[in-house]
Design a protein around this ligand. Structure first.
Ligand SMILES: *Cc1c(COP(=O)(O)O)cnc(C)c1O
Length: 470
């Protein structure tokens, strides 16, 4: 399997290449040169297999022989053994033909674990084989940092430095990053905002001597391997609900468009999918795009679903590429227009084409809070988290507007556990969601973090001095 860039000017790479590269050299994102195809019989043959077994079958063609089967199987098995539910990602029924796909049973209680538990292992494997080490640096506003740390802790060939804005992440989020004892994990409390932390990461990547010296790399959401790992749960959910002989719809709480793009990939691989519904909070650039074809920046405001507070959606470029006949020149033109003019529009034809598969809706803060409460009452006291509430609110309005017929199973992705966002959940339901047993002592564990000034040299020197050199 070869991978090509959405901007058409970077060399094609194999799986190992895109895994370690992250972003393409031309600023684009890597996508498979062609979509692996599965027949109805091949999907049917996956019914009843374990999550890890389905994952192996779905992921194998994307790896394209880069990793021996036995190694791939072992890493997949280990990654999903860290989940606290025997089904890994169980479905829970919430209505006559409505379901929640619980993606939050991993170590950090958000769906990002599904990809990052595997990614850390794949990275370590590839570095071992190449005989080198890498340094992962990331900025986080909360969820990604802890999931990346959990995926990389204790790996022999990796150091990971995660910067979070000091005093601006929740206590649960901070403790998930600072209570990890492994020597290759470094949590940096940066004196600044999330934007400062992100600018710091950019500056480190732009420092070529440093970048080469430490083998700098990222595990952010544009890494193809993350999308790849997320395809699997669309498959297991569809098969549980009668697929491929019945096509479910999926409603996906969306920020950077990585999660829902994995659903699109599943559909392109031949999995029958009735609809993919993009659910946004009031930061609704994607919902506006799917209703009118204009993709236009509009600032970003803080909500109770912070992991979806985005100005632009980085993975959307992958869909744009397919929408324009995989013409990298056209994607370059649109992305330049986004930079210079703050937005662009696609043709009515291109929009109509995507609307066969995609629909979209938004839920504002009032609708999100109302759904937190409604779901709690209807779920007999089982709470959901605010991101999932955005998804359920949009799913309900799609049902009410008959965009999804009553006989189509509608699966909303539950992207985080309620205990990860206890304040918003308590405010809406009156009940404080408890941490699961494996995290019950989170508030008693010793913390280890380094406060650093928002100063380039300070941060760079800290990384140089604390990474393991071998
Ligand atoms: C990251 C995240 C999202 C958004 O996912 P994307 O892949 O960026 O669209 C939604 N919910 C939660 C809880 C998240 O952590």
């Amino acid at each position: 399997m070869r991978y090509i860039s959405t901007r058409g000017q970077a060399p094609a790479l194999d799986f190992e290449g895109v895994l370690l590269a992250g972003l393409a050299a031309d600023g684009g994102l890597y996508v498979p040169e062609s979509w692996p195809q599965f027949s109805a019989a091949e999907w049917r043959a996956m019914r009843g297999l374990s999550y890890a077994e389905v994952a192996f079958r779905v992921i194998r063609p994307f790896v394209g022989g880069c990793i021996p089967d036995a190694d791939l199987q072992r890493m997949i098995g280990e990654a999903y053994a860290t989940f606290g539910h025997s089904a890994v990602v169980p479905l829970r029924q919430t209505g006559p033909n409505d379901w929640l796909l619980e993606l939050f049973h991993g170590p950090t209680l958000a769906f990002k674990d599904v990809a990052l538990q595997l990614l850390g292992r794949l990275f370590d494997w590839a570095l071992q084989r190449a005989g080198r080490r890498a340094t992962i640096v990331g900025a986080t506003s909360g969820d990604t940092g802890s999931a990346a740390i959990e995926g990389c802790r204790g790996r022999a060939n990796l150091d990971i430095f995660i910067m979070f804005p000091q005093g601006r992440v929740s206590e649960v989020q901070r403790r998930q990053m600072t209570t990890v004892a492994d020597a290759n994990v470094h949590a940096i409390a940066l004196a600044g905002t999330f934007d400062d932390a992100q600018a710091m990461v950019k500056a480190l990547f732009n420092d070529a001597p440093f970048r080469d010296r430490v083998g700098l790399t990222a595990v952010n959401s544009i890494n193809w391997a993350r999308v790849m790992a997320q395809i699997v749960y669309y498959v297991t959910a569809a098969l549980s609900l009668g697929g491929p002989d019945r096509a479910p719809a999926f409603c996906v709480p969306t920020g950077n468009f990585g999660d829902i793009f994995a659903g699109y990939a599943a559909a392109r691989m031949g999995l029958p999918v009735a609809k993919l519904i993009v659910a946004t909070n009031r930061n609704d650039i994607l919902a506006r795009f799917f209703s009118g074809g204009a993709y236009r920046k509009d600032g970003v405001t803080a909500t109770i679903s912070p992991s979806m507070d985005i100005q632009i959606a980085s993975n959307f470029e992958r869909l744009l590429f397919d929408m324009h006949g995989r013409d990298g020149g056209e994607v370059r033109r649109l992305m330049a227009e986004l930079d210079t003019a703050g937005g662009f529009s696609v043709s009515p034809n291109a929009l109509a084409e995507t609307q066969h598969l995609f629909a979209a809706g938004r839920a504002d803060e009032a609708a999100t809070r109302a759904m937190l409460k409604t779901a709690f009452m209807q779920g007999n006291g089982i709470a959901i988290d605010p991101h999932t509430a955005v998804g359920m609110a949009v799913a309900a309005s799609q049902r009410a507007g008959r965009a999804v017929a009553a006989d189509i199973p509608l699966v909303t992705l539950a992207t985080a556990a309620p205990a990860k966002f206890p304040d918003a959940v308590q405010a809406a339901t009156g009940q404080h969601p408890a941490l699961p047993p494996r995290l019950a002592d989170l508030f008693d564990r010793p913390e280890r973090q380094t406060p650093l000034a928002n100063d380039y040299k300070t941060v760079r020197d800290f990384i140089d001095q604390h990474r393991v050199t071998a």
